[in-house]
Design a protein around this ligand. Structure first.
Ligand code: GAP
Length: 513
């Protein structure tokens, strides 16, 4: 089994074993691509949300928050384009009855050809060492040239067919490339159909009068329809932003890779309203600001990259993803989109209400342009959790599993451990907890040998273990053990708050942005 797959399997099982994430309704064998956050997961998720919220709302005078309802008037989704265009092309295999995204089948095929070219490049690199000129090799080696040209041709044809809504050609491409069902090898395919990703539901008591609604597929539209309410009630001046976190729902055709692609997930979105013509400078500003936010968590600069979109959605005049190096490769973590005035204008048109701003400096009315930042909270969770989970071999040859979460995000900041369950040590430990719990999430553990308790806290990502021993009775000192270095210091009980605060305070972390 590939190493990447091992790492990923480990992430999923660690998340379950240590109370971070469970499959939804597991007693009924779970529900595909739906997950529950357990006692530690919910804390980590809350901390990520808070870290985002503070950086957006608290740190920016001109950004305010919103919590719009999940259910919205159905015309919202007509105006936004989701009813007509929020589709994925799907294809079924007639023999296996498995369903796939037609575009993903073709893209995976193209990626395999790319990998063949990459293999030739890697082989040549190993053979020629420092003298290797990659660019020259790519343009002159006949096999590599052929592979890359073939890949380009396939990707371009797919892009054209999807762009023109020509689903027959997507099917023809799958047949010409002899793409088989990845699970069974069958090439017996149905036609390609468009599949709308929105979940429908009904509002109303009786079937005849019920109104068809959708569960929102993005939180952004709740911001757009409230744009003028917020602007007027908050006396906001362009440029300003509205931030929101909340659930979104998508009936993904193929939902795999754990919490990377879910059917119910959470987004953290911010719409920044600007003067028409100034959107590009704000787009660049938010691209960099959002990258800095990610980097401040210290997960490694090399794990992030931008992917600028060449093919733009109909409403955008620029778009980029911040991609993260997940255990299964670089994938989208966050999107930054310059959405022009598309959404506000569409809501004006469908509602018949003006959604315009009077700019006192220009002395004119206009529909603002919007730059959006949109990050999946669950994807953030996966990025942080998977990167932090590490196996270490210690000096004495033993192994430890440690979840090196950024301390600011750790579910529990400190565990208090009496060395033994007697001699008054549990009582002192509980007093320490009583004192610290006003500022931090702290836990108590008296079960098993202290070494095993340390290992358990390492696996939970707790940055500090505070051990109360017999010396504590004499001089009011304890040992404080640091998760990452395993270094232990003897300190006064009265110093604990300051030491913990220094490592976990959001202020200190946000200042790294
Ligand atoms: N309002 C813009 C918007 O929704 P998007 O690229 O479709 O844009 C934004 O989604 C972010 O939401 C993605 O970058 C990803 O982090 C997250 N996301 C999207 N679909 C998801 C899914 N099925 N499961 C988990 N996260 C998802």
């Amino acid at each position: 089994m590939a190493k990447q797959e091992d790492i990923f399997k480990n992430v999923v099982s660690h998340a379950k074993e240590y109370g971070f994430i469970f499959p939804s309704s597991e007693v009924y064998d779970g529900l595909s691509a739906v997950y529950d956050y357990a006692q530690n997961g919910v804390e980590l998720k809350k901390n990520i949300r808070e870290y985002w919220w503070k950086s957006m709302v608290q740190m920016n005078e001109n950004i305010v928050g919103l919590d719009a309802a999940i259910l919205m008037h159905p015309t919202t989704w007509k105006a936004s384009g989701h009813v007509d265009a929020f589709n994925d092309p799907l294809i079924d295999n007639k023999d296996s009855k498995k369903r796939y995204r037609a575009d993903v089948l073709v893209e995976d095929f193209a990626e395999k050809i790319h990998q063949k070219a990459q293999k030739e490049i890697d082989k040549a690199k190993a053979r020629f060492g420092d003298a290797f000129n990659e660019q020259e090799f790519i343009t002159t080696n006949a096999r590599v040239v052929e592979y890359l040209a073939r890949e380009k041709e396939i990707r371009e044809r797919l892009g054209r067919s999807l762009g023109n809504g020509d689903l027959e050609d997507v099917k023809a491409l799958i047949e010409e490339l002899e793409i088989a069902d990845p699970e069974t090898g069958s090439r017996n395919w149905t036609d390609v159909k468009q599949f709308n990703l929105m979940f429908g539901t009904k509002l109303g008591a009786s079937a005849e009068n019920a109104m068809d609604l959708y569960l929102r597929p993005e939180t952004a539209q709740g911001i757009f329809v409230n744009f003028l309410n917020v602007q007027k009630s908050g006396r906001m001046k362009v440029p300003f932003g509205i931030a929101q976190t909340g659930k979104a729902f998508r009936n993904e055709i193929v939902a795999r890779q754990f919490i990377f692609r879910m059917r119910e997930f959470e987004q953290m979105e911010m719409q920044f309203f600007v003067r028409p013509g100034e959107e590009m400078q704000w787009y660049e500003h938010w691209k960099q600001t959002r990258l800095n936010w990610h980097l401040s968590l210290g997960l490694g600069k090399e794990n992030y990259r931008f992917h600028d979109h060449e093919k733009l959605a109909h409403y955008a005049n620029a778009a980029a993803d911040i991609e993260f190096n997940f255990p299964f490769g670089f994938k989208e973590l966050e999107g930054i989109h310059s959405r022009t005035d598309f959404d506000l204008k569409a809501h004006e048109q469908y509602s018949g209400r003006k959604l315009q701003y009077f700019d006192p400096e220009l002395n004119e009315n206009y529909v603002p342009y919007v730059v959006e930042t949109s990050v999946g909270l669950d994807r953030m969770f996966l990025a942080v959790f998977a990167t932090s989970l590490q196996e270490e071999t210690l000096e004495d040859g033993s192994e430890r599993t440690v979840l090196k979460l950024p301390a600011v995000l750790a579910p529990t900041k400190a565990a208090v451990l009496p060395l033994v369950k007697k001699d008054g040590l549990p009582e002192i430990s509980k007093k320490i907890i009583e004192d610290l719990k006003w500022d931090f999430n702290v836990s108590y553990d008296e079960k098993d040998a202290v070494g095993r308790r340390y290992r358990r806290q390492d696996a939970l990502g707790t940055p500090f273990c505070i051990t109360v021993d017999h010396q504590t009775l004499e001089d009011e000192t304890v040992t404080i053990r640091h998760r990452d270095t395993m270094k232990q210091d003897r300190v006064k009980i009265s110093e604990l708050r300051g030491i913990i605060e220094n490592e976990v305070s959001m202020k200190n972390w946000l200042m790294k942005m």
